[in-house]
Each structure stands twice: as C-alpha cells, then as structure tokens.
Design a protein around this ligand. Sequence first.
Ligand SMILES: Cc1ncc(COP(=O)(O)O)c(C=O)c1O
Length: 361
Amino acid sequence: MTKITPQPGIMEIALYVGGTAHVEGVSDVVKLSSNENPFGPSPAASEAARRATYELHRYPATDHAGLRAAIGEIHDIDPDQVICGVGSDEVLQFIAQSYAGPGDEVIYTEHGFSMYPILAHACGATPVKVAEKDRVVDVDAILAACNDKTRIVFIANPANPTGTMIDLDECARLANGLPEGALLVLDGAYAEFEQGYDGGASLVASRCNVIMTRTFSKIHGLGGLRIGWGYAPRDIIDVLNRVRQPFNLSTVQLAAAEAAVRDTGYTEKCRAENERLRGWLAEALARHGVKTDVSHTNFILARFADAAEADACDAYLKSQGLIVRKVGGYGLPNCLRITVGDEPACRRVAHAVGQFREGAE
Ligand SMILES: Cc1ncc(COP(=O)(O)O)c(C=O)c1O
C-alpha cells in the first residue's frame, strides 16, 4: 500500500517541548520553566471568566468587538487593526500561513523562539536561522540574510530565552531595510515587562510592513486560557481574518481577557513586582558567580561555565523542587532559563544555586 504523505515541511517539525511541571518524589515543587505570572490573573479576570460560564450554551462573538475595543482603548490603537487568537501562537500561525509558502524564506534568529521555525515548516517555507551578537538580535546580520525569497522576519522583542532586547530605532532600521514584500513581525509576548516600551506599536502605525503580536499568557497570568492578539495595518488584518476560524475564541476567553486588559492597576503591580524580584535574583546569582544578561522580561538566563555545569545545576535545583528550563535546544547548552517567581520562590532559587555553587567549589 502507498504510504499517505503529509505536506512538504511537516515532517521537518521538531515537536514543541513545554516546561516540566512535576518532579518524581519531590513535594512543594515550584514551576519556573514556562514564564508564567506567579501572582496569577487579575481577580477581575477570574470573576469575568466565572460569570461567562453562565452563557456556555451561547456561541461567542465572531468579531471579538468587546475585547478589541478594550485593547484599543488601553493601548491607544485602532481596534479595527487588531486581531485576536488562541494565544499569540495562533496569530503567529495566521501570519505564516497567509504570507509564506513553498519556495519562500522565513528568517528567525540564532536563539529565537522555537515556534518560528515550526511555523515556517508548517506552511512549507524554509526557515533561515541568522546569528545573534552575544545573545542579542543583530539587525545587520538579518538584513544581510534577506533576499527576494524573504517573506517574514520573526523577532521576539524582548526575546525568549535570552531576555535581551533591541531598541525601537533598531527595529525601525530593520523594518526600513527589508526587501519589498517582506514583513517584520515584532513578537511582544514580554513587552509589558519593559516599562515605557510600546511593543513596536508606533512602528506598526507608521509603516505597511510591521506586525506586532502580544499575549495574555505572561503579564496577565492567563496562559491556561490561551488568548493573544496582533496589531497590523488594516489590509493585513483583513488577510489574517480570512484564515481565522470565526469562533476561535470562547466566551470565557473573551470575557477574561477584556477584564484583564482593563485592570491596568493589576498589570502595573505585576510589572513592578517582577522588576523588583528580577533585579534581586540577578544580584543574588551574581554573588554566587553566575552571570546573566540584563533581562527585560519575567525570566533570567543564567550562564554557567559549560553544559555539564548547567545540567548539574538543573539536576540540583530539581532535587530541591525547583523546575527551571534547560535551553540547549535554543543553542544555549551552558544556560538555564529561570522564570522570576514570587519572593519565596526567588529566595529558594538563590539559596539552592548558592548551595550548588558551594558544593562545586
Ligand atoms: C516569544 C514568545 N512568543 C510567543 C509565545 C506564545 O505565547 P502564547 O501563545 O501563550 O500567547 C511565547 C510563549 O512562551 C513566547 O515566549
């Protein structure tokens, strides 16, 4: 019998590996492997989700008007230029599916988010990996890699798993230098953690080739509900809406996200607390001889002497009930990505890394 084969590119996809949540035989485990908000969602979002369960027999809105209006109001952007998806992952998928295909190239960077090559393969395009400079996106290297096959450039700014970022002038230089017909996607999953940064919204407003994506999974603490959005020129939003399923978001998702984005006091509280604890944790790690880059996100990339030391530290942290993320798959085998937890979690991490390092000396 002939084997039925999938579309080109599909079998090139390495399955996405999520952060672990359990350690065999260890109780009191803290999960610091998926960059979740340790404080959870805004109480207003939880309440809105609960209330929405009274309407479970009703189909949700197809136009997401309420959520888009709230996003427009809070981010001071035109709601007609917003599209919502099942996590920002789905919005990224709409973009890849709509704008790249066989024969096209999709650029991402050396330590870029693992979904980018997956999405490129899924639509039959060729993912092209471009070097970074000391774990920072290198605009010149990206521009040098562009050609007439380039259709999309994906960068997360700030980036995962490095936590570094480039400034808006660099993003603008990248957008300005792209070949005609190529799109710059600024993935702003961590944008809210950088005070005063608009995620690249101002670039979207002034150009025809920039898209910004955002998520409710990180600062809004709604990773379990799966909601994200994108902001793009109207003609691009019109294209993306054609591949979006009409009922992609449930009533519960829409209600919780709208309440979350409107609770700006809670968002600011989470941002400020993350900034305080991130600084504290980075200093504590430095005191134990563990280097980090300045992080603009809700995690820290801890650098060790080599992969063996990173693996040994990971194993020790696990034995202490602390689950962090190994990032060898991102070309960073000597590093561990540690989500900034609440204060007790940060203290536990600092203490355990200290114990590990003392044992190592
Ligand atoms: C850089 C980046 N982009 C996008 C996402 C996807 O987020 P979600 O689909 O939960 O909105 C993540 C999640 O970890 C991320 O780190």
